[in-house]
Design a binder for this molecule. Structure first.
Ligand SMILES: [Zn+2]
Ligand SMILES: [Zn+2]
Length: 384
């Protein structure tokens, strides 16, 4: 059999050294879910993740495969589950079996490109604090750590309009939250919907007007890369110009161009950043019958109100967002809590950490002698 590049021989998998944490550890329950026919209001928030190309990015991307297998549940019953699994570097049971066509593995990307995208956000809505109970209704308490003895609670998202009203009117404010820190975990097509939020934000001026680029400049030397009034490019080519990196003729740097814009209603244009707009995202059924995310509305954070009718950012006596001319950043009304949540980020590297090859051997049902087979007592079975 021909050796593929992904089986590059490296030293056998050993326990990885503990790395420095890159934020909060993400839990399955923090992952944002949109049910078909429903919509959510989200504010994307910045993150600081380093890609393989050593670029800092606001999102985290990686490659994962889906594995279908029969899982033994706590009560001993068996159930078919899908698990999202990250391949190991070097010798990897999962990759080897995926390339060999194992029928339980799906979602393998072409050309090794990332197929999962993660991004931090704040989801607005109505959440009620609920004590977690056992099956007899007794509250569960922490067994260890700083919180030992205290009741365990979770935030339950309320979706029905009638219940939301009741919670806002009657519930102790301590037990209600109008936002939660969450994260997106999406395949590329759905992730493009999030990118669209940023594109829309760039066209929205802080004054409420609409922005149009007039020039694109080199981010390094300031050379004009595109003058919109004097170009042979088509309208759609012009509108896409800012979306991709371009080589500058002046300094030869390859980077995203900077847009110089004009506003239709003010002389001091300032576009919104992606984390200064709130977006409504819906899940609908697409033409081919697959669920799809749709961006239905994008609003300035300065106009947005939480479910209890409060503005999120500070506004002046004229009901405009209060901005400092020197440093025009929104200031948040709701104490510092929301601002702190905007800055915190999840550690997706930890969340997507690969399992051991022996774990993958087990869920793939491999037997001794099969490609990539590893058990606790047997080393990796390589290509011969
Ligand atoms: Zn340049
Ligand atoms: Zn303006």
């Amino acid at each position: 059999m021909k050796k593929a590049s992904f089986t590059a021989q490296r030293s056998p998998q050993t326990k990885k050294p503990r790395r420095k944490s890159n934020g909060w550890s993400a839990k399955w329950s923090d992952r944002i879910g949109v049910k078909e026919g429903q919509s959510i209001w989200v504010l994307l928030t910045p993150g600081n993740y380093i890609t393989a190309e050593q670029q800092a990015m606001d999102w985290y991307e990686c490659t994962r495969f889906n594995v279908k297998y029969m899982k033994t549940m706590k009560d001993g019953s068996k159930r078919q589950v899908y698990e999202s699994c990250t391949p190991n570097e070097g010798e990897c049971t999962l990759t080897t079996q995926a390339m060999a066509g194992h029928s339980a593995i799906s979602g393998i990307p072409r050309n090794d490109e990332p197929n999962r995208f993660f991004m931090n956000c704040i989801e607005f809505g109505v959440n009620q604090k609920e004590v977690v109970t056992d099956k007899d209704g007794n509250p569960l308490r922490y067994q260890h750590g700083k919180m030992k003895g205290e009741e365990i609670f979770r935030w339950n998202k309320i979706t029905s309009i009638r219940e939301r009203k009741a919670v806002i009117q009657n519930e102790d404010p301590e037990n209600v939250s109008f936002w939660r820190k969450k994260f997106f975990d999406l395949p590329p097509t759905h992730f493009n919907v999030l990118r669209e939020i940023g594109r829309k934000a760039k066209k929205m001026c802080l004054c409420g007007g609409t922005l149009q680029p007039v020039h694109y400049l080199c981010a390094h030397c300031g050379e004009t890369l595109l003058d919109i009034d004097h170009t042979d490019l088509s309208e759609s080519e012009v509108s896409r110009f800012g979306d991709q990196a371009t080589r500058c003729d002046g300094c030869q740097e390859y980077d995203y161009p900077i847009a110089e814009t004009e506003c239709d209603s003010c002389d001091t244009p300032r576009p919104h950043k992606f984390h200064e707009v709130v977006a409504e995202i819906q899940k609908t059924r697409g033409d081919k019958g697959f669920p799809q995310l749709v961006l239905s509305r994008v609003e300035s954070l300065s106009d947005f109100k939480t479910a209890d009718g409060q503005f999120v950012v500070v506004r002046d006596e004229n009901n405009q967002p209060l901005l400092d001319d020197e440093d025009p950043e929104f200031r948040f009304v709701v104490d510092e809590k929301l601002e702190k949540l905007m800055k915190s980020q999840f550690d997706f590297e930890l969340y997507t950490e690969p399992q051991t090859n022996s774990y993958y051997s087990e869920i793939l049902g491999l037997r001794e002698g099969q490609l990539g087979y590893v058990s606790d007592s047997k080393p990796y079975t390589s290509f011969r």
